[in-house]
Design a protein around this ligand. Sequence first.
Ligand code: SAM
Length: 155
Amino acid sequence: MSQQQARRPGEIAVEHPQASDAWLQYIGRIHTPWPRREDCPRQGGLDGPECQIEVFQPWDQALVGLELRSALEVLYWLDQSRRDLVLQCPKGRDHPVGTFALRSPVRPNPIGSSVVELMGVEGQLLRVRGLDCLDGTPLLDLKPARSAFMTNPGT
Ligand code: SAM
């Protein structure tokens, strides 16, 4: 198991339950100005409003080293989505399209991702621009983005 691998000097581990499937935990919550799906942008943009990502304990300890103005990839769980469509008819298309040909929130495992710009870090709260999700959307992961405006990509 990967959690039993040796730790490098300076690394800190926290309690992590075992699971036998692709077990996910919500590590935070995203705060946006959009309470309703129809108010959200279809894709976030860096000219969008500032939003907040709240990172729950103990994962706030993992924020060390984030750089202001860098690009972060945010992964979130589109929790209000249905998950059972293989063909979909998005607005503006006149014929059904396969789920895997779309970035629709409706998918078997409704994971959304956006590249955001990190504007500030205040304790457990990150201020970012570039999101497109509902207020209260659960957070799955954060990682440095591979993008044009990144300053110092992690590995
Ligand atoms: N940027 C992400 C991606 O490409 O993976 C998500 C794109 S998806 C097209 C964005 C749309 O999902 C929003 O416009 C909204 O209609 C819907 N949405 C946002 N948050 C959601 C949530 N928590 N549950 C279900 N649908 C959501």
